[in-house]
Design a protein. Sequence first.
Lengths: 224, 320
Amino acid sequence: MSSPGVYEGTANAVAALMLLIEFGMLRQALVRDQVRLYAAQSALISVLAVVIAAVRDLPELYALAALSAALKVIGVPLVLRRLLGRPIGEDTPGVPGSYTLGPASAVLASIGLAAFGFFCFGNLGIRSAEAPTTALAIAGAMVFVAFGLMIVRRDVASQAIGFFSLENAISLAALVVAAGLPLILETAFLFDLLLAVVVFAMLIRAHHARAESLSTADLTRLRG
Amino acid sequence: MSAAVPIPVIQLLQVLTVALGAPGVMGVIATVEARLQGRRGPRLLQPYYDLAKLCRKEALAPSGASWFFLAAPLVAVTAYLTIPLLIPVLTTYGLPLGYMGDILGGGFLLSLASFVVATAALATGSPYAQLGSSRAKTFSAIAEPVVLFVVFTVALLTGTDLPYALAATVRSSAGQVIRPAHLLASAALFMVILHETGRIPVETHTGTNEFGMIEEARSFEHSGPYFALLKWGSMLKQLILFTILANVFLAPWGLASTQRLGAVLLAIVALLAKAAAIGVAVAVIDNSFAKLRLFKITEYVSAAFLLAVTGVFTLYLGGG
């Protein structure tokens, strides 16, 4: 099989790394480490934006990369860390053991989910001049793994991080399909994330104030 | 000015390089490990002296053990010495015997060696050796799917499953090196090698405490030259796995592309240097991570499995 070329190879490798980091978040027991992984994943998507900007000669992507790095690598992790640091105290390292499945089974189940997402998106047959198709399929896999993360972990913090990384997956897909999208639209997507951060911040605080825990396990009793 | 080496001699040199280099690589790892732990450590050639010492000792067999007990170390070492014929150790071009087996053939030989050693341990009737062989078989069965997926990746990349073909593909362009499938498969293989050579996640390689001994416990009842063969066998296995990682996946450069004497000698030096470099990396990793609990082994292997599966996925849409 012929190799896909250095540019495509780099883009695909960055996308694959993002997928692996998504799995890392699923596997990581401590919220603090999950936040770190989220920052790393966001840094990778900025790197990918810079690569695409350089190779495809799209100068406005540089601005997008800088903006998204400032927001997602520095801003959101900072907010999350403050938010989780204050209510539960520095010595409480998140909610270990909030798994509904064992770690190995969770990873295996998510590999299944990732396969489903990968081949669904791959078979859409979207071809773009801007970035390789495999990266789009990887974005699809990431969306499913992020959903998986929100399902197998029963604590508010993991679910918030799952949601934010879902946004990373969507950004990856947007970069691949429509790298030439006007900057104003891309920025609007980014500000959606800000809205989500505010909403999740309020949810985490409200839930913690009421349940004195970040676990959502006792919410299952609330049925209408 | 340098003369051409006949092909059969090169073939023999492949086996000799692995056979004689393996204890040296082990010595390098032991020294680096000792330095990392703040000890001076044994001299580099210590594994050779150990093997020589064991060969001079008396060989004993437990009463009731069959002929298989003494034959197993010989069979295992023979299997390990056959593998260097199948993989690119010194040359970029396939040697005549190199095509008698593919990657799976090499895998079968590795499994055969480990099978006869485990069976010999069972033949002793000693509970401790049996425990070791039972554990070793269980954990290698867990790691097997990862190896299979790495082989699938190779097969998809090259259309064959010959190690020579993959090495040639990797050498052909920079695009081949950076493609995600190749990187992921290499990373998965590296994780499996750490696991198979008894480094991470649960084993203590040189230890004598029974919880950390899996591979080492199998040879518990052997003594004298037979024990030397088993120890030599595990060193051979380590160097063979390192050779596959270096010469097929990570850095298939520095191999001889002609039959000239200089090129072949350079290839021998390059192979040993690459193996020593991997050994140093392995020792650093081994000493900077805490050992896991025994049952965490599935998590470690599932991470390697994830890498290998992602590699196969990315290939399917032609972008890997």
